[in-house]
Design a protein around this ligand. Structure first.
Ligand SMILES: Nc1ncnc2c1ncn2[C@@H]1O[C@H](COP(=O)(O)OP(=O)(O)O)[C@@H](O)[C@H]1O
Ligand SMILES: [Mg+2]
Length: 327
């Protein structure tokens, strides 16, 4: 497990033992992993990091409403079939012979059908690619909750046996099963049958320690003080009741923006000016602003108290204390 963690860290992916254990078991037991959690907590990134860390290729299928087998599994290459029949017209004519009636001609053609429904005319889509790949890849079925329930049902055979049935060809089974990762932003509940076939992993917003580590890794230009403050601020903003809480992606965008702006530390004005980087809805922005202003005021009040002790000056400390009050 420690090795898994280190390998992922080598790909700049920070994870705890719980996550490393699930990934380890998935690979050892040939089981798919279902990762659920809010947007932007590193679900997609885990699949990418795992592929890179194990030297496998990554095959990715982004799910959407209306996604069907033709786009996920295979499709007959209609244009090519048509072209071949055109080019081979004379040959086909010869083969059928001049004297036959329609019914006999159709029957003669039917016997040759498998010429046109062979691998030669098959377009492999991600799932079939993953099955037939010579070296087992990581197959990412991303945001499965966007696909329809029928698609989920279609996946069941593949998820339990790493095989699919193609009527014209037969059953195709993976010689070496791929590592399959499914993700869901939990916009809807997935079926029991699907969950049963997978190891289940919940990822939530990271702890301050983990988030700080991610910032240090992925936004290396950020100084110690600023990194502390910004992670503290983001964490306290997540405790507000927002339509869309800032994710790790937003933390990183914010960190990089502040570096570009040359900010050595955070203050109320800077937060206001860069707010659009971390919240995407007007109503959320208003809530965050009220929160930040409230925190700044209570800090001012705090500084007037003649306690004689050094006051906490950083926004991080400030937000930590308001965070406690909020609970
Ligand atoms: N544990 C982590 N370690 C390193 N970077 C992370 C981690 N979690 C998230 N990130 C970063 O956060 C951003 C959003 O992650 P992503 O995988 O796209 O989220 P999701 O798929 O859960 O919506 C990416 O830029 C990713 O690199
Ligand atoms: Mg994603």
């Amino acid at each position: 497990m420690e090795e898994v963690r280190e390998k992922l860290a080598g790909q700049e992916y920070v994870c705890d033992r719980r996550l490393a254990t699930v990934v380890y078991l998935a690979v050892k037991l040939d089981k798919p992993v279902l990762i659920e959690g809010p947007a932007g907590v590193g679900k997609t990134e885990l699949a990418k990091a795992l592929a890179a860390a194990t030297g496998r290729s990554l095959i990715r299928l982004q799910c959407y409403e209306g996604l069907d087998e033709a786009k996920a599994l295979y499709e007959w290459e209609y244009g090519k079939q048509l072209l071949y029949t055109q080019v081979l017209r004379e040959k086909i004519g010869e083969f059928i012979g001049p004297t036959k009636g329609l019914r006999e001609a159709a029957a003669a053609l039917r016997d040759q059908e498998d010429v046109f429904f062979s691998e030669n005319f098959l377009v492999e889509r991600p799932i079939l690619q993953a099955i037939t790949s010579e070296t087992p890849p990581v197959l990412l079925l991303d945001e499965i909750d966007r696909a329809d329930e029928e698609f989920e049902a279609f996946l069941l055979e593949f998820l339990s046996d790493y095989q699919v049935s193609i009527p014209e060809i037969g059953t195709v089974k993976a010689e070496h099963p791929p590592v399959v990762i499914l993700t869901s932003n939990r916009t809807r509940e997935l079926s029991e049958a699907l969950k049963r076939r997978c190891l289940h992993l919940q990822i939530d917003y990271p702890s301050p320690e983990v988030e700080l580590e991610i910032v240090r890794l992925k936004a290396p230009g950020v100084g110690e003080v600023l990194a502390d403050e910004l992670v503290g601020t983001i964490q306290s903003i997540r405790s507000l009741d927002l339509r869309k809480s800032p994710s790790i992606g937003e933390t990183l965008d914010w960190a990089r923006s502040l570096v570009v702006l040359g900010a050595p530390s955070l203050n109320k004005d800077l937060i206001e000016e860069t707010l659009s980087v971390i919240v995407k809805y007007d109503r959320d922005a208003a809530k965050v602003l009220a929160h930040v202003r409230g925190a700044a005021e209570s800090k001012d009040l705090g500084q007037k108290e003649p306690t004689g002790e050094k006051q906490n000056e950083g926004m991080y400390e400030m937000h930590r204390s308001t965070h406690k009050h909020a609970h």
